[in-house]
Design a protein around this ligand. Structure first.
Ligand code: GLU
Length: 465
């Protein structure tokens, strides 16, 4: 009996643009499957196209993978015995494999490039092609090659006839995508190629190459496309919300985004969608990945983020939130940490994400908070808010402090009674005067935290306009 083969998956990004949600999902599925099987997850950088590659894009890929907790066992920074892991450094490996392919007699030169010859009867056909806005036609050679069956673990058997020879080394001397992709999967002993469905149409070429090298192809798993929220078309790098770093900059919780990405094409067994990554790892099977396209639902992702935020241990929440407050220059070392924690505790259940923190807490840390014009307009429709605040000042001044909620409520009720108003008509103007907005945490808790002096100073400034 032969020893079981260790699963080896890989994520093979081309750093030609910012890191897209689709790329992150591909990396994630490879990582999940490697972790599920106790195998290895390899990171390989496909950077042969020198003109389009860029170091900054590569840095973003590394940072985003780390941020999402997708650690690679082999690859740049991690090492490994089948490296180097950047295609730009693997020239020697490609020369060696090119020689092997040339020995099969199936490589020929045309227009300074090296081509791979398919086996089959050849004929010349005319085909249309686009040249700018013009549709032109040209003569091309077609090969009636035997059809290649791609056995895909998700898509089933996909039959494709490869009908063209293809380039393996370009005229500029750089090895082409299909060639290096297959050579590396062979040399790196990849057992499972898990990638976006947009590569399914390349796979028959890849199988032709495996056959020519005399190597058994890996298992292929082409994962479904991600459609935009409205279901109209594929999510592209230009779509809002499509880049991983946007979520990072918006202080999304990486565990929430990762959990959400797991569901783009896969469903947990018992239907419970928010679950720890350890549980997802134990459930994740490639055979359960859907064939149907996934839909990117931004609202659902925000909901996940909120649920994860609710579940954060208090100390973790405080430390993440304080970092944001410092970045927003709302707090510095002069602000009491006890006060800051109290503010953060007060607003926590109003937050839809950590990104709301500066807006939700700004009025606790600065006297320079903005006034929302819409709230002002709606308050003015119900009477003059400045006048109501003017009436409240003397009664609140009479209180020793604002700690006692019952005393505060009865002070407001006295003023309301004096002017034959309902007490409720005083709460909204007061909230607006001290915070600049129409909603927020419990009013009395907020006033108590701000303290009598600050509240009254704000009320005075408010009536002065
Ligand atoms: N470098 C290819 C890409 O970024 C990946 C190819 C593959 O996964 O086989 O689309």
């Amino acid at each position: 009996m032969s020893a079981p083969v260790t699963v080896r998956t890989r994520f093979a990004p081309s750093p030609t643009g910012f890191f897209h949600i689709g790329g992150a999902r591909t990396a994630l599925f490879n990582w999940l499957y490697a972790r599920h099987t106790g195998g290895n997850f390899v990171l390989r950088v496909e950077d042969t196209d020198k003109e389009r590659n860029n170091e900054e894009f590569l840095r973003v890929i590394y940072d985003s993978l780390q941020w999402l907790g997708l650690d690679w066992d082999e690859g740049p920074g991690a090492g490994g015995i089948v490296g180097p892991y950047k295609q730009s450094e693997r020239g020697e490996v490609y020369r060696e494999y090119l020689k092997k392919l040339q020995d099969t007699g199936r490589v020929y030169e045309k227009e300074d490039a090296l081509w791979f010859r398919l086996e089959g009867k050849r004929e010349i056909i005319r085909e249309k092609y686009k040249d700018g806005d013009n549709i032109l036609d040209r003569e091309v050679e077609r090969v009636n090659a035997a059809p290649v069956i791609v056995h895909d673990i998700i898509r089933g058997d996909v039959r494709r006839a490869e009908d063209r020879d293809f380039v393996i080394v370009r005229a500029n001397g750089e090895p082409g995508f299909h060639f290096v992709n297959v050579v590396d999967d062979i040399a790196m002993k990849i057992t499972h190629v898990i990638r976006g469905e947009d590569h399914l149409s390349n796979t028959s070429k890849h199988i032709e190459l495996y056959n020519a090298f005399g190597v058994t192809p890996p298992i292929f798993a082409h994962i479904p496309l991600i459609l935009k929220s409205d279901g109209k078309g594929k999510m592209s790098k230009r779509d809002r919300g499509s880049l991983v770093e946007e979520y990072r900059a918006r202080h999304f919780l990486p565990e929430a985004l990762r959990n959400f990405l797991c569901l783009l094409g896969w469903t947990p067994k018992n239907g419970q969608e928010i679950l720890p990554i350890s549980e997802i790892i134990s459930q994740f099977e490639l055979t359960d990945v859907h064939q149907a396209n996934a839909r990117f639902d931004e609202k659902k992702m925000c909901f996940f983020n909120q649920q994860y935020l609710r579940a954060l241990p208090e100390t973790v929440y405080y430390s993440k939130a304080k970092k944001i407050l410092r970045e927003a220059r709302l707090v510095n070392d002069a602000v009491s940490p006890v006060y800051t924690d109290a503010v953060l505790a007060l607003v926590r259940d109003k937050l839809s994400g950590l990104e709301d923190i500066p807006a939700r807490t700004g009025c606790f840390f600065s006297e320079n908070y903005p006034f929302d014009p819409k709230t002002r307009e709606s308050l003015e429709k119900k009477g003059n808010p400045a006048e109501k605040i003017r009436r409240l000042i003397p009664v609140l001044e009479e209180l020793d402090n604002l700690d006692d909620e019952a005393a505060f409520d009865s002070a407001l009720a006295r003023v309301a009674a004096e002017y034959a108003d309902k007490p409720g008509e005083y709460y909204a103007p007061l909230r607006f005067a001290v915070s600049g907005v129409g909603g927020g945490p419990h009013l009395h808790a907020m006033l108590r935290l701000l303290g009598k002096e600050r509240v009254i100073a704000r009320m005075r400034r408010f009536i002065q306009g």
